[in-house]
Write a protein that binds this ligand. Sequence first.
Ligand SMILES: [Zn+2]
Ligand SMILES: [Zn+2]
Length: 369
Amino acid sequence: MRIRGAVLREFNKGYSIEELELDPPKQGEALVRYAFAGYCHSDLSNTTGYTPMGMPLVAGHEASGVVMEIGPGVTRVKPGDHVASAWMCPCGDCPECRSGRGSICSGSMPHFRNGTLLDGTTRIRDLKGNPIRHGNFVSGFSDYTVVPEGALIPVDKTIPLDQAALMSCCVPTGWGTVTKLANVQPGDRVAVWGLGGVGQNALRAAKVRGAYPLIAVDLEEARREKAMKLGADYFIDSSKEDPVPIIHELTGGGADFAFEVSGDPGAMVQCWWALRSGGKIMSIGIMGEHEASPMPFTYLPLQQKSIIGGLYGGISTRDDIPKYVDLALSGVMMLDTIIEGHFALDDINDIRAKMQRRELSGRWVCKFD
Ligand SMILES: [Zn+2]
Ligand SMILES: [Zn+2]
């Protein structure tokens, strides 16, 4: 069938909006009509090569929609289901999946990076017949696509589909890291670096967990108002002030947890120095492969500090995403505050440019007609 998608063909050239050909779903796959797809900072990093993906590629890894058709053997979703398309697609059979750690599945990771579905091929072609890759199983910036069943999570039909899209990336990453991997307790002193979609969800989750004081750190003063609305006790504009001494002052000696969500090597160093003894850096933002952060590891044992990486919040996609949907419906996640606006697929390069200039203060979500 003929579809429309935003294709990434070269670094730093943005997306080309193209008519494409989509093959029907094969074994274990479903055809989905997308309703919304969020624009995540990782999408920007893919376009610049900071975190490169194989190309050409229909990008987008945070999407929601309706199942239209299922391929042979599909049992977990059926036509008409509302679904979030998760970029983590646990294979169920690798050592990590078998030990209950599907969020770091090694079985599907080669396909995740290669932009192929689980059989190593793609369902998308351009009009010259060349294969086009799927962005992290999701290929969210297309009106229709084919997704492996294991990546599709049915969601309650009462949740608005723009909020359901956020269940694919920024909600599980933010909430899972705070509640599962860090297990923040009431009264823990918490600072969050980088207030994009993931950072805002981490901030909100830490607030709900009772963190105090809860400190938001960002380079953009424009994000202060939203950070305070989501529950921050303090906001530090790190383009103007060094957050480290301020955090030591506000916390009486350093943070218990520093969530590094920006993927910036310098922010990582600030997190390190902002910790108290026994403190933990939760590293969620994806740093470029060739970046490094200079940190004096003498304090790793001497102050018993830790650096903990988190992928997909350490969650079980099938068990936890439906719980997050219920939480969102209760209003406690404040996703209507985190979502800043909708855009049309044809305007995706404009959104990309605004994110690159750091002009966005919340999640922008592509809306399909
Ligand atoms: Zn993302
Ligand atoms: Zn696996």
